[in-house]
Design a binder for this molecule. Structure first.
Ligand SMILES: Cc1cc2nc3c(=O)[nH]c(=O)nc-3n(C[C@H](O)[C@H](O)[C@H](O)COP(=O)(O)OP(=O)(O)OC[C@H]3O[C@@H](n4cnc5c(N)ncnc54)[C@H](O)[C@@H]3O)c2cc1C
Length: 596
């Protein structure tokens, strides 16, 4: 089997600093490394080659120094490497990058393409589905395990709910989020590394060629801002006093519900009125909170655009009234049994057809395990710009969507504008509040006809569910467990206590990789970001890799950390004492206070 691994060299995220004078990033002397998920991609490819025979090729599009990352892939066991290096490729966004990579893949030929699930610098998650769209191949993102049997591949895809199992025959694009369970150490090779320029991919290169680099990229980073929040770092000995202080901070930082009142139309182009659409995702039969958050904020955007607030639902028509109560003026439904359970190919294809047919001005997609999968697939299919993982969206001049997206672990926020329509963005959970629901609203329901869906090339073959995993996006209070809890024994009791007050329980990398909690509840730069109103870090050291997962939390409390632990700098309140005596009374008092 011929396997191409797409890899990217990234600056070490915690070494990136913001220069307040030049209002730009300090890049001089910043150490670079092979993106960790790309390392996993090469390790999976080498393990598959051991089973199936064939060849592993590492490919990157990047500046001359990216050769170092390719050498690292060769040392991990890749047979050879291809370096796409040309000034014409510079400043590409994910669409420009994916188009170029797909051209190179078509030239090289491959049975299987393995990528990382995201990079640690721009973290869009978009390149793998967009590359697959350009190639016209199916994709499976965020695979934790990858095996071959009888000519097919079996993949376990990590989701916000657990794991979905898929089977498929090559060709396929896969992105991986975990190292193989038993990495095979490759023999290590010296090369060769071929350098390909734009003229190796096209017969004729035009000036400002719209296929490459910035001219071929619909989104542009307009500015970067330092977004490291100041934290209070108050050390309090007494639990009751700590609970009172935490409640004060929670009250000061209480997020407002989104407003029913739509702001006035801010048209610069006479007569221009546009709708704002939100993709609705479900958990069970109910809309996920993040969808309601975006739908609530959609009223604000739709007001400024002079248009209507539209909810888009796949599968079930039953939710229209509920979505009206949460701010939708129009509910568009694509009714099809095949869309009731999530399927990457069918959801991606459906969204592509809806966007192509309806051309909404703006579509907000939840930055969930699903949204990051079908969203960029549809963007790639239609060659539309997309901003990934936004923490804020607003309307700028002439109805353009102003997108704020975190980068480098959330310590920097970039401001991004796109130039294609529909304008697409994935937005993180808990960046907005839903509206206060109302019963006295009229909602228009439209059934969208998009034609018969194709037979999927990737087959769903079961899976497992941890119902508490997605709740770490929803809960007001998240307790994050670190290795300081000493072992898996106290976890059931902590979960029981948390459940009693409606809190969710998540874990650091060490805790989840040790199996004390499911992998799908891992928080951090290598896991998921969370932004609850209150994050209680229990026995967590709070190194940058961990703290990047909760930079956006409203109030952070550290319990049971050593005095020297970095969490004490990242926390608003540090509660002294043994966490076993502190945690439950703190949970109880704060949760009771939150309800009053
Ligand atoms: C601060 C900042 C924010 C940005 N935000 C956006 C945005 O919202 N939308 C947008 O379209 N662009 C954005 N970009 C541009 C984007 O970073 C580049 O296009 C980049 O090459 C790919 O995106 P990513 O790093 O997010 O990749 P991801 O999609 O997160 O990467 C997933 C995997 O794709 C593969 N891959 C990614 N890049 C390459 C490559 N160059 N060569 C080989 N394989 C690769 C790797 O396997 C990687 O693990 C941003 C850039 C910066 C600096």
């Amino acid at each position: 089997m011929k396997i191409v691994c797409l890899i990217k060299q990234v600056p070490h995220f915690s070494s990136i600093e913001f220069d307040p004078e030049t209002k730009s990033l300090k890049r001089e002397g910043v150490p670079v490394e092979l993106n960790v998920f790309c390392r996993y991609a090469v390790q999976h490819a080498v393990a598959l080659r051991e089973q199936l025979g064939g060849e592993v090729i590492a490919m990157t599009m990047g500046p001359p120094q990216a050769e170092e990352a390719l050498r690292e892939c060769l040392a991990l066991g890749a047979d050879r490497a291809i370096h796409l290096s040309d000034r014409a490729f510079a400043l590409a966004d994910t669409l420009g990058t994916s188009r170029t990579l797909a051209m190179a893949l078509a030239k090289e030929g491959a049975d299987l393409v393995i990528c990382g699930r995201k990079t640690l610098d721009a973290e869009t998650w978009q390149v793998p589905p967009e590359v697959a769209a350009f190639l016209g191949w199916p994709h499976v993102t965020n695979a934790a395990a990858l095996d071959s049997f009888g000519g097919a591949l079996q993949l376990s895809r990590e989701t916000d709910f657990g794991f979905e199992i898929y089977e498929a025959e090559p060709p396929l694009v896969v992105s991986v989020g975990r190292a193989p369970a038993t990495p095979v150490s490759g023999a290590g090779s010296e090369g060769p590394i071929d350098i390909w320029q734009a003229t190796d991919l096209v017969d004729e290169l035009r000036e400002d060629d719209q296929r490459f680099g910035q001219p071929g990229s619909p989104t542009r980073v307009m500015a970067v801002r330092d977004s490291q929040p100041e934290r209070n770092r108050e050390r309090i000995e007494d639990v009751e006093q700590a609970a009172r202080r935490i409640l004060e901070l929670l009250a000061e930082r209480r997020p407002e519900p989104s407003a029913w009142e739509k702001p006035p139309h801010a048209a610069e182009i006479p007569g221009a009125r546009y709708d704002c659409w939100t993709m609705i995702e479900l958990a069970g039969r109910r809309p996920r909170r993040v969808s309601l958050e975006l739908l609530g904020h959609g009223r604000n955007l739709a007001g400024k655009l002079g248009g209507r607030n539209v909810a888009l639902v796949f599968g079930s028509p039953e939710l229209s009234e509920e979505l009206g109560r949460f701010g939708a003026e129009v509910v568009c439904v694509v009714e099809d049994e095949a869309l009731v359970d999530y399927h990457p190919e069918l959801w991606g294809e459906t969204l592509k057809r809806v966007l192509d047919q309806e051309r909404p001005h703006v579509l907000l997609v939840p930055a969930t395990g699903r949204g990051r999968d079908y969203g960029p697939r549809a963007a790639g299919e239609l060659e539309l710009g997309m901003t990934g993982d936004c923490v804020g969206v607003d309307i700028a001049k002439a109805g353009r969507l102003l997108q704020q997206k975190p980068a480098y672990g959330g310590y920097i926020t970039s401001v991004i504008l796109g130039r294609t329509n529909p304008q697409l963005a994935t937005v993180r959970p808990r960046m907005y509040e839903p509206v206060e629901p109302r019963d006295d609203v009229d909602v228009e329901v439209r059934n969208l006809k998009i034609g018969a869906l194709p037979e999927p090339r990737v087959r769903r073959a079961g899976g497992t569910t941890d119902r508490d995993s997605y709740k770490i996006d929803d809960a007001d209070v998240v307790s994050l467990l670190g290795p300081g809890i000493g072992g898996p024994e106290p976890v059931p009791l902590i979960e029981e206590g948390a459940a009693a007050v409606g809190a969710a329980v998540a874990g650091t990398r060490e805790v989840c990789e040790a199996g004390w909690l499911p992998l799908t509840r891992q928080v951090g730069i290598l896991g998921r970001p969370v932004a609850p109103r209150l994050l209680v870090a229990v026995g967590v050291r709070g190194d940058e890799e961990e703290a990047a997962g909760f930079v956006k939390a409203g109030v952070i409390v550290a319990v049971g950390a050593e005095d020297s632990a970095p969490i004490n700098d990242a926390a608003d309140v540090i509660v002294a004492g043994d966490w076993r005596r502190v945690l439950q009374p703190l949970h109880d008092q704060v949760s009771a206070g939150l309800k009053t």
